[in-house]
Design a protein around this ligand. Structure first.
Ligand code: CMP
Length: 137
């Protein structure tokens, strides 16, 4: 069955909206099959966002992602990768329509409350990084 990774980012953890974010995904009838509240390390962020390492926003992104632990989850269901990205809305919260997670809860392009895997290949890579290579807890 298709799987995707959703990270609830530090801005959402601080706003105490982890439960709300889970509700958007449950309402779409996807299944939460794994989850952990965990601090991202320097190494994991470098590997997670390797395609963004040369971007000017990368240092700020890294700092932001380490502000608090993140809630990392694996969600499962038919077409879950694309559908969850739709439910999240576009990267820039200011451009995200109301009714999407980022449109309702996000602040801007950086503080956009969630990360969702881009495609199935990235979902597998991200599951490997957070759920297979690192100890639980
Ligand atoms: P995410 O979908 O996790 O992918 C990369 C993250 O970098 C993005 O969400 C934002 O939190 C952050 N970011 C900050 N500035 C930008 C930008 N200009 N373009 C894309 N992502 C950005």
């Amino acid at each position: 069955m298709e799987q995707t990774v959703v990270l609830v980012k530090p801005d959402a953890v601080k706003k105490q909206v982890i439960g709300k974010i889970i509700t958007y995904l449950e309402n779409a009838h996807f299944h939460l099959v794994a989850g952990k509240f965990t601090r991202l390390t320097d190494e994991i962020i470098d590997r997670w966002y390797k395609h963004h390492q040369d971007k000017p926003f990368f240092p700020e992104l890294k700092k932001f992602m380490m502000e608090t632990p993140v809630m990392a989850m694996i969600w499962e269901g038919e077409g879950v990768v694309a559908k969850v990205r739709e439910i999240c809305g576009p990267t820039d919260s200011l451009k995200a329509p109301k009714g999407t997670i980022r449109g309702d809860l996000g602040t801007d392009i950086q503080y956009n409350v969630v990360h969702a895997s881009e495609d199935e290949e990235n979902a597998k890579r991200e599951i490997g990084l957070l759920f297979e290579l690192t100890p639980q807890g």
